[in-house]
Write a protein of this length. Sequence first.
Length: 515
Amino acid sequence: MDGFPILSLMMAVPMAGAIACLFASANSARWIALIATLVDLVLGIALWTNFDQGGLQWQFQEYYPVFGRFAWALGIDGIALMLIALTVFLMPICIGASWEAITKRVPEYMAAFLFMEVLMIGVFAAQDLYLFYIMFEAGLIPMYLVIGIWGGANRIYASYKFFLYTLLGSVLMLIAMMWMVHETGTTEIPVLMAYNFDPHVQTWLWLAFFASFAVKMPMWPVHTWLPDAHVQAPTAGSVILAGVLLKMGGYGFIRFSLPMFPEASAQFAWLVWGLSMVAVVYTSLVALVQSDMKKLIAYSSVAHMAIVTVGLFAFNQAGIEGSMMVMLGHGLVSGALFLCVGVIYDRLHTREINRYGGLSINMPKYAVLFLLFTMASVGLPGTSNFVGEFLSLMGIYQASSWVALVATTGIILGAAYMLYLYRRICYGDQVNADAAAMSDLSAREIALLAPIAAAVLWMGVYPESFLAPMRADIRALEARLAPAAPAGDSKIKMGAPKPVGEAHHEEASAHGEAH
């Protein structure tokens, strides 16, 4: 596929579909959106199968100068490939989930989702600094509209809060980008990833990017917009928000903060670890006392994304691989959990946990699939999240056993709130007649949940198929970070980068003592 602009085509298809939806009837708009997302899924499969795991780091590159230094520059590595695959996999499911639930202004709703797909693919494929920024920020617009127009009773408050939090964090990032372009004379992301910025300047640049990515993840304490956004968003909005949009923050750390500012990343590793440890414990405890299903899953998302940041700043291959696998696994599992909430919300029109109970009696198919996703969220071996959490914790243990200990409590608390949720919804006595009368999954709902269930099991049983495309890029990132990597529990000094040769010297000494 050399020379074929597949990435531009993957963005053009949903864009054409979005425009067509605006001039179509409600039913036609549904079919246009479904066909456009399925075509993109086929193109995504072609992208994956044609990706050369042993080839160049950057593949499927396109470069078209636009004006000045700004260019339409696209290209992917294995990390971007996996996140694009996650995007095109979830989008047809989102359209299917909206098929009956959305009845007002359907053409505009479908157009918003297709436009969102264009921008999400653009974020992961962009190789021009300004192009990335435009895609990164423009993604706010369709999500803002989806929450604000098709959301719940407090949708206006939630949409404004979502927009302001995420926009304000990115203003500092834009200023930092402008300085970087002025300093280096280039907007090409691959070139900037290899550029050695002055360590003192790195501190300020890192903080500017951190302001944006921390909100997007979201990290504690700038996470408060997420529960409101999830609760008010329609089901498909929550699926794509948890499944893909939150991953943009993690992708930003991998693409910008770590490779471009390695010394500053080491300097602030303890800040990231500290915020992540608080997030893991605090948001898990908050999730434990929620009465709204969506809020519980939203707080669990903050705890899971804290495992991602802990792993990324472990500065080793296991931690970074684990973080990527957590992002992919969480994208699938959290999306599926929000779909499961949507299924029973469509029947009873309430998300209050105490309105349900005993659903395994009258909805056995639903109970089985909900149990699978609950166990995957907990990190049961054989499911997607286990692989990522195990690798992340193994990576952070090599850097700091104390951080690993605190992060591991998140898995214990995760089991507590997820199993508690499942018990109250699917087991126990059926005290509410309306809940007891609900019908089991329809063919459409099974068609939405079954592919995610298959992907969750596939990732858990054979994670190598997901790790292999990313491994070379993660090793390259680890090599870039190695000279600045913190020394670990006993020797780390806050803000003090580790000398380049120290790790090799320590390793040689250890071998000498062993002999």
